[in-house]
Design a protein around this ligand. Structure first.
Ligand code: MN
Length: 167
């Protein structure tokens, strides 16, 4: 079944490209459009990063605090989590610890994002179970280079066509 709206947005799809089937999730989902969960309380940062990643061809989900991030990760099983560490109530370290303790979500790579470029932060993030670490303000090229260690690059896979017209 084709998702009319999505196909239109994506421009000319590559023949044989598997369209995402949100209603049926099984072990091996289509890898063409990696699903990224952004957990970030700052609206401006969240909107900017999600827009830029969508333009690169990623499917993007957002959560605004640690609790929501955990709930969404459990429900949506994203391919990667971008976790702001400084979050209200439940911070990014604790949210990551919980994701990594849960058998359902512990395989999901987590890249920690922090505005504090202090060395202790990185160590704390790795201790909490984060797989990678990057600093804010976001340097998209640098972040993408870290992301592709864990998820496919949609542009390289040829599924991010039409992004320029969406700019
Ligand atoms: Mn924050």
């Amino acid at each position: 079944m084709f998702l009319a709206q999505k196909s239109r947005k994506m421009g000319a799809p590559v023949p044989g490209t598997v369209h995402q089937q949100p209603q049926h999730r099984h072990g091996k989902r289509a890898r063409a459009m990696p699903k990224i969960l952004i957990v970030e309380d700052n609206e401006l940062s969240r909107d900017m990063l999600s827009r830029r990643l969508r333009r690169k061809g990623y499917e993007v989900l957002v959560a605004t605090d640690g609790q929501e991030g955990i709930a969404m990760a459990q429900r949506e099983l994203p391919d990667l989590v971008l976790m702001d560490l400084s979050l209200p109530d439940l911070d990014g370290w604790e949210a990551t610890r919980r994701l990594k303790k849960d058998a359902k979500t512990q395989h999901i790579p987590v890249i920690a994002l922090t505005a504090h470029a202090m060395s202790g932060d990185r160590e704390k993030a790795i201790d909490a179970g984060c797989d990678e670490y990057d600093t804010k303000p976001i340097d998209l090229r640098r972040l993408l280079s870290k992301m592709i260690r864990f998820v496919e690059d949609p542009e390289a896979a040829g599924t991010a066509g039409g992004e320029k017209s969406l700019a």
